[in-house]
Ligand binder design. Structure first.
Ligand SMILES: [Ca+2]
Ligand SMILES: [Ca+2]
Length: 926
């Protein structure tokens, strides 16, 4: 191995440890550089910093150490202070930023409670995106009895974020019928004691009754835990109880509870999943329990400093790259970069040149000044390190002369054998963030690594001139401040090569969350096209209202003030006798500082995907910290040759999508054919008022109250959000999801690559003498296409079916042929050799088989139960006023009077559907 090989080995190794966007490192059991960022919208409050430092992180470290059985602790934490908080000799930020922080502290825009939660939508064992705490959670001590001590809550959330485990409670499915026939609260371990009580009640009105239709406790009934239980488990259920200090393990795990942990992790315990994480696997337990206290440092960003470092080497003249660069850089300067930022310009080929030192954007004049310096050019070789060094030089033109926390936007189309080797150390030591845009098929391979190492974003634009990839990249460079009101939001981005007289027509919806600084930009190749743009009130704008720019080859209209809300129709026609590529890009900003705009963020499950691991596309649509559901999300994936694939992303809880109605829209991408870079772009459109806001999932449990020495003390009930505030106006959004790399794809792909994806939403019920089953069809290739057949099995024992599917009783299901993936399947049959009678509990699971005889993993297990209660009149045991009133057994054996058919489905999805039917919007209750 040469020294160069060793270097690249090092770089590669370093990269692999940084597959998520987090910059956290694990070193001898200590987590280093956990980033906690405070949102810029929060008024200055030293108590937040104090409580993070003194009470949360120190407590979290020792709790974490004991929870991981003397392995892991917190070594160092960086707290990022908002720019507008007064200067206090805080350290300068380097590559840390709000948008890449592990933990964010921010206020929810609707007063919807203070539930801490983790944004997590990967598979079992995969890392989450971030943890969210509200300022009230951090400073209001009254909330300690609702969520438990802050350090403990941190560890609960850290387990979601870092090890990909899920909650053991389920606010949508709080009760279930156990194999024993008893009603149980969804929890782990099952032995954890408590009582069933109404949340809002007084005196005798607190008794819980059973719902005659479901056989479970009625709405408003909650499980109130006993405070001083001996059990040490479980942190993913009730970390707030004083003695709880461990995760549920294989012995104590409750496999029957209808929670996300069981569904996502195939009925494994949380500790089992955590034990298999690389964090635990790489860290032996220690006998030395004397762990150091975490080092906590405070950092504050300065005003934004960005230098655009553009490649002008000879190859930039091919495929009009130089022209398209000027066009896209102009959009960045005129529309994207926020006022107050300082911008510099550098060009490089074999050597680098400063085109402009830093200019602070105050008015439009500075934007015009910078724009005037953009000229298309292309000659010479490619020396990326020279460009970056020159960029650092420009960025040093700040007050303190440091590159820490400054940014470089690096665009290159060329190969450079010396990159990043020749400047790797300088880049890492600079403390600067480097965003990269790779252009064309032969851009240097090391670009993305540099972006990941420095916390930057990465994009790829092809040479397809009728695509908007390059502008999308510039438009999607994140504003790192967390000040969403200043962030440019793309509403539309589309382009096409139009023949003579051909038109690009469409409608975009401007909703009330956006509308300031709205720009309509029309790009063209040869001549200004005929433009007709009509606002919602019928006002028409034509090409004469647009400012035309012959250098950037674009026409721009800025709408003064706040743009009219509603549909804007456009028709852009090529008036030439020859073809030309024409595009339209619409950007806007928040209409109101205090109302966060609806945004979409898209990305792949990994930056580098090694065949045959299936790539997954994710798009999260949200407003503030609420998820937006029921909207249409389309992903467009473009390969290195410009070939595109369009996918409708789903929020249906089937296939790649782990949870229904959580505002995370997902889909597998299976139609790849070549290795190399791909780019991802998403469009979101909601044409009617179908869009709806819901609370995020994976929230820490809001503990309704406690039982202590036989006395029930309830916490205040959660606030309820006004339904009207949750309706989302029609809107349009567009965003780049960055680039990803596919590798190891063989030249000759097999005709069948993937097995059908696991079915995760099987449900079963008993209707008279029949069993009725329903599930979402999976596909031949994961969740694509049509499987060939199903194999359905039943058992009277959950464990037997789970552990030995092949040995369970087969059910003849040959009468149905699978439908195309995504469709709802139903199947009913009368079981032979089983008499359906009072007390019958049956379990079902199935697999799908494809054309190549590949078999899916075994589905979730669905339960069908028939309980015919014999006791008349519904009653419940009074709680707290009898000596054994706290014994759950005495409560759960009491059943309601009429004959009921009970259907319990061990699937979150089903509950969401049924709960919504029962209650108009259960997610509103927080
Ligand atoms: Ca989803
Ligand atoms: Ca297949």
């Amino acid at each position: 191995m040469t020294s160069r090989d060793i270097f690249y080995f090092f770089v590669l190794f370093h990269m692999l440890s940084l597959s998520s966007s987090s910059l956290v490192k694990l070193n001898n059991g200590g987590y280093q550089d956990i980033v906690i960022a405070i949102n810029s919208g929060i008024p200055e409050n030293p108590q937040i910093i104090e409580n993070l430092q003194v009470n949360m992180m120190k407590e979290a470290s020792s709790y974490l150490f004991s929870a991981t059985k003397n392995r892991l602790f917190i070594k160092s934490v960086k707290i990022l202070i908002p720019l507008h908080w007064k200067k206090n000799n805080y350290l300068k930020t380097r590559t840390e930023s709000y948008d890449k922080a592990d933990v964010i502290v921010a206020t929810p825009h609707l007063k919807n409670g203070d539930d801490p939660y983790t944004l997590q939508y990967g598979q079992c064992g995969e890392k989450g995106i971030y943890i969210h705490f509200t300022p009230d959670f951090l400073v209001d001590d009254k909330l300690l009895s609702v969520y438990g001590a802050r350090g403990r809550v941190f560890v609960h959330e850290w387990a979601h974020l870092r090890w990909g485990v899920f909650d053991e409670y389920n606010s949508l499915s709080p009760f279930y019928i156990a194999s024993s026939g008893k009603i149980e609260a969804t929890r782990c371990p099952i032995g954890l004691k408590g009582v069933y009580n109404k949340e809002q009640c007084t005196g005798n009105g607190c008794k819980c009754s059973e719902n005659i239709e479901t056989g479970l406790y009625e709405d408003g009934c909650v499980y109130v835990p006993e405070k001083n239980v001996a059990s040490k488990q479980s942190i993913m259920y009730l970390q707030a109880l004083p003695n709880v200090s461990e995760f549920c393990d294989a012995q104590s795990h409750n496999t029957e509870a209808p929670n996300l942990q069981n569904r996502m992790c195939n009925y494994r315990s949380t500790w089992d999943v955590i034990m298999n994480s690389t964090d635990i696997q790489s860290t032996p337990a220690t006998s030395n329990t004397n762990i150091p206290e975490p080092t906590i440092t405070l950092h504050q960003a300065s005003d934004r400093v960005v230098t655009l470092v553009s490649d002008v080497s000879g190859s930039m003249s091919s495929s009009k790259r130089d022209e398209r660069l000027v066009q896209a850089a102009e959009v960045f300067i005129m529309q994207i970069i926020e006022a107050g930022s300082s911008v510099g310009l550098v060009e490089f080929n074999g050597a680098a040149t400063v085109i402009s030192p830093l200019v602070q954007i105050i008015t439009d004049a500075q934007r015009q000044q910078l724009k005037g310096l953009l000229v298309k050019k292309a000659s010479g070789g490619t020396n990326i390190c020279a460009g970056i060094r020159k960029g650092f030089e420009v960025n040093k033109g700040t007050k303190d002369g440091s590159t820490y926390g400054t940014e470089i936007v690096l665009l290159s189309d060329g190969q450079d054998g010396n990159f990043p080797r020749a400047c790797y150390d300088e880049i890492i030591n600079s403390g600067a963030i480097i965003h990269v845009i790779a252009l064309g098929a032969s851009a240097a391979s090391g670009l993305e690594n540099i972006s990941s190492e420095t916390g930057g974003a990465k994009f790829f634009a092809t040479d397809n001139i009728s695509a908007t990839g390059l502008i999308d990249a510039f438009a999607s460079i994140p504003s790192r401040t967390g000040d969403i009101s200043q962030q440019t939001i793309q509403l539309e981005s589309t382009a096409s090569t139009l023949t003579s007289r051909d038109c690009l027509n469409g409608t975009i919806f401007i909703d009330k969350t956006v509308g300031n600084n709205t720009f309509f930009l029309v790009t063209w190749q040869s001549a200004v096209p005929n433009i007709n743009l009509q606002d919602p009130k019928g006002k028409v704008y034509t090409a004469v209202n647009f400012k035309n720019d012959n250098t950037a080859k674009s026409s721009r209209l800025e709408i003064p003030g706040t743009a009219e809300t509603g549909p804007w129709h456009y028709s852009i026609c090529n008036g030439l006798s020859s073809s030309q590529a024409i595009g339209i890009i619409v950007t806007s900003k928040a209409a109101n500082r205090n109302v966060p705009p609806v945004v979409v963020n898209a990305h792949m499950n990994q930056d580098t995907i090694n065949y045959p691991k299936p790539p997954v596309v994710y798009a999260s649509v949200s407003q503030g910290f609420l998820a937006v559901i029921n909207v249409k999300v389309t992903a467009i994936i473009e390969d290195v040759n410009g070939k595109t694939e369009t996918l409708e992303l789903q929020d249906n809880g089937a296939g790649a999508d782990i949870a229904k109605n959580d505002g995370i829209y997902s889909q597998y991408f299976t139609s790849f054919s070549v290795n190399g870079r791909y780019n991802l772009k998403v469009h979101v459109v909601s044409r009617q008022k179908n869009g709806h806001l819901v609370l995020p999932q994976n929230r820490a449990l809001y503990i309704p109250g406690y039982v202590e020495d036989g006395v029930i003390t309830m916490n205040p009930p959660r606030p309820v959000i006004n339904e009207e505030e949750l309706v989302v106006d029609p809107f349009s959004r567009s965003a780049s999801g960055g680039s990803f790399l596919m590798s190891n794809i063989p030249t000759r792909l097999p005709t069948d690559i993937f097995k059908p994806d696991k079915i995760t939403d099987l449900e079963a019920r008993i209707v008279d003498t029949s069993i009725v089953l329903a599930w979402t069809a999976t596909g031949d290739e994961l969740d694509k296409g049509t499987a060939t057949s199903y194999d359905l099995r039943m058992s009277i024992n959950h464990k037997d079916l789970r552990e030995n599917f092949a040995g369970a009783t087969p059910v003849n299901i040959s009468s149905i042929s699978p439908q195309e993936a995504g469709n709802r399947e139903t199947f009913s049959f009368v079981p032979e050799d089983v008499v359906i009678e009072n007390g019958t509990i049956l379990f079902f699971a199935l697999v799908a088989i494809d054309k190549a005889a590949k078999t899916s993993d075994v589905s979730n297990i669905a339960q069908a139960a028939l309980i015919i209660p014999s006791e008349p009149a519904p009653t419940t045991e009074p709680v707290g006023d009898s000596s054994d009133g706290l014994n759950i057994t005495t409560i759960t054996v009491i059943v309601c009077s009429s004959v009921i058919v009970i259907c319990i489905i061990i699937s979150i999805t089903t509950c969401i559907v049924s709960c919504q039917r029962k209650k108009k919007n259960p997610e509103l209750r927080v």
